[in-house]
Design a protein. Structure first.
Length: 466
């Protein structure tokens, strides 16, 4: 093992990235990935702490110092295996996890210098493995028990991946025609290339996980029947229902939920229209309402579809933006204009019901509210119109209500999330478990993965004790 560098001796390795000028015009990935030399150098920055606080920040419990140690030795394939012991989706996590508030936030090096680039190293290792090795077949004895996973997003995939390793017969049902949940229909190609998700899904298939697409549990398949057919069920149905504003003009042509806009472009590939048959209108001036990752993805998508002006309209200031720092930075570089302290009042249309402007209330920040965030307050009489021909609403989503509405035994909170046991993920219904956005509301990929893993443990405990 090469000696680790002294604290601060090597600077954090910058991720090579395509220029804003070039990437504005296409949907190809923005970062181009570490070189082997960079990965080796970055790995030496890890101090291999006796108590690795970074791991406390990872809901998938990736063995961070161990995999980074293997990178430092140049054993990239072994490093990939180490990550995969606990996380089946490293190519996705390395790219989209908010490391700055999770593993990297707790990195000891980060107390004085830039933290070790754990996410970038994870991305490097996953990409290296995909290019240089074949998936090893899983050797495990079957235990004869059957589990149904509903929803093929990160929560469902993580749960399925762990259960198959424990010997269960696992079937995943997915409503859409593609597997991956938000990783496929929400997060754009320029942040997470779809072939990477497909590759990780392919590995799960090779491990023996069965997938049934175009199956909406609760509609095309009766939930009660499913429960009887399987020994246990996991609900990883996400939070895919868009929240609207309830302001006048929301019915106008040119108003989209971010879900619709991103699904058209990502899942259906509408940016290639007419090569594919799903259209998307290429608007000239677009306002995106909201400040989270979804809003950043929508505004950067609008840029790539050729809009001349793209605005983010956000009630608070830059400091409060909930999106990942990297994505905000990329959006700014790509020319997105941020209109902070503006709250939408009305969407204005012309005589043909096409959007022509969005009317906003100018705000200022008041005292911190119960979450500690300063509350936006209207500045009386200060109204501003922004001329646009499209408005994309990205102010949040809530859980898919379909199954909960039909199955009264399944308790939900006021927010529509499943009530679950903190330790096992079990719902109020015997043998039914839940996790990911369906149980916590719109959150993150890694939390969904962590929940899927917890439920796999809960299901195993439940079925072993039965
Ligand atoms: C545009 C966008 C950008 C994001 N960016 C980031 C990011 O950068 N970093 C990050 O960590 N997180 C990000 N997130 C959040 C993250 O993607 C989610 O937290 C995560 O995908 C939740 O995983 P899940 O498995 O719970 O649900 P989902 O990924 O939503 O998957 C649920 C799946 O269940 C299926 N389903 C629903 N109901 C049924 C049914 N009745 N029968 C069968 N199937 C059903 C759905 O079709 C879907 O495929 C983003 C989200 C969006 C929308």
């Amino acid at each position: 093992m090469p000696p680790r560098s002294k604290l601060g001796e090597i600077p954090r390795q910058e991720m090579p990235t395509r220029s804003a000028e070039e990437r504005r015009k296409d949907f190809k990935e923005v970062p181009t990935g570490y070189t082997e030399e960079q990965a080796l150098k970055e790995a030496l920055r890890c101090l291999d702490c006796k108590v690795p606080h970074c791991m406390e920040g990872c809901p998938a419990k990736v063995k961070i110092p161990q995999f980074i140690g293997l990178v430092a030795e140049g054993k990239f394939l072994d490093a990939a295996k180490k990550i995969k012991e606990t996380n089946a989706l490293p190519a996705a996590c390395g790219r989209v996890c908010p490391q700055e508030t999770q593993c990297e936030e707790r990195c000891v090096v980060g107390k004085k210098f830039e933290p070790v680039a754990i996410g970038k190293l994870e991305m490097f290792v996953a990409d290296y493995e995909r290019k240089h090795s074949e998936h090893e077949d899983l050797k495990v004895e079957k235990n004869g028990k059957r589990v149904c996973v509903i929803g093929a997003g990160p929560a469902g995939l993580a749960c399925a991946g762990d259960l198959i390793k424990l010997g269960y017969d696992v079937t995943v049902l997915e409503a859409l025609h593609t597997i991956g949940g938000v990783l496929m229909y929400g997060i754009p190609e320029f942040r997470l290339p779809k072939e990477l998700v497909a590759h990780e899904v392919e590995n799960l298939k090779r491990d023996g996980v069965k997938f049934k697409i175009n199956e909406v549990a609760g509609i095309s398949l009766d939930f009660g029947e499913l429960r009887k057919e399987y020994d246990a069920v996991f609900l990883g149905t996400g939070a895919g229902l868009p929240v609207f504003l309830n302001v006048p003009g929301e019915h106008l042509c040119g108003v989209y939920s971010a879900n619709e806009y991103l699904t058209r472009v990502n899942l259906m590939g509408a940016y290639k229209f007419p090569e594919v048959d799903t259209p998307v209108i290429r608007h000239k001036k677009v306002a995106v309402l909201g400040g989270g990752n979804v809003a950043m993805d929508a505004c950067r998508t609008a840029v790539r579809l050729g809009a001349e002006k793209v605005y983010i309209v956000y009630r608070r200031t830059e400091k409060e933006l909930p999106a990942r720092l990297e994505e905000i930075h990329h959006a700014m570089e790509e020319g997105v204009e941020f209109r902070f302290l503006r709250a939408p009042l009305e969407i204005i249309g012309d005589e043909n019901d096409n959007v022509v402007a969005i009317r906003t209330q100018v705000m200022e920040l008041g005292e911190p509210d119960e979450d500690g965030r300063r509350k936006p307050i209207a500045v009386e009489g200060k109204i501003e119109d922004i001329e646009v021909d499209a408005v994309i609403i990205a102010i949040g989503t809530t859980p898919n209500p379909l199954i909960a509405r039909k199955v009264p035994e399944l308790k939900i909170t006021k927010k529509g999330t499943y009530v679950i046991d903190e330790e096992t993920g079990e719902t109020s219904m015997d043998g039914v478990f839940a996790g990911g956005d369906a149980a916590r509301g719109a959150a993150t990929v890694i939390l969904a993965i962590g929940d899927g893993k917890r439920a796999a443990y809960g299901i195993d405990k439940y079925l072993s004790e039965k």
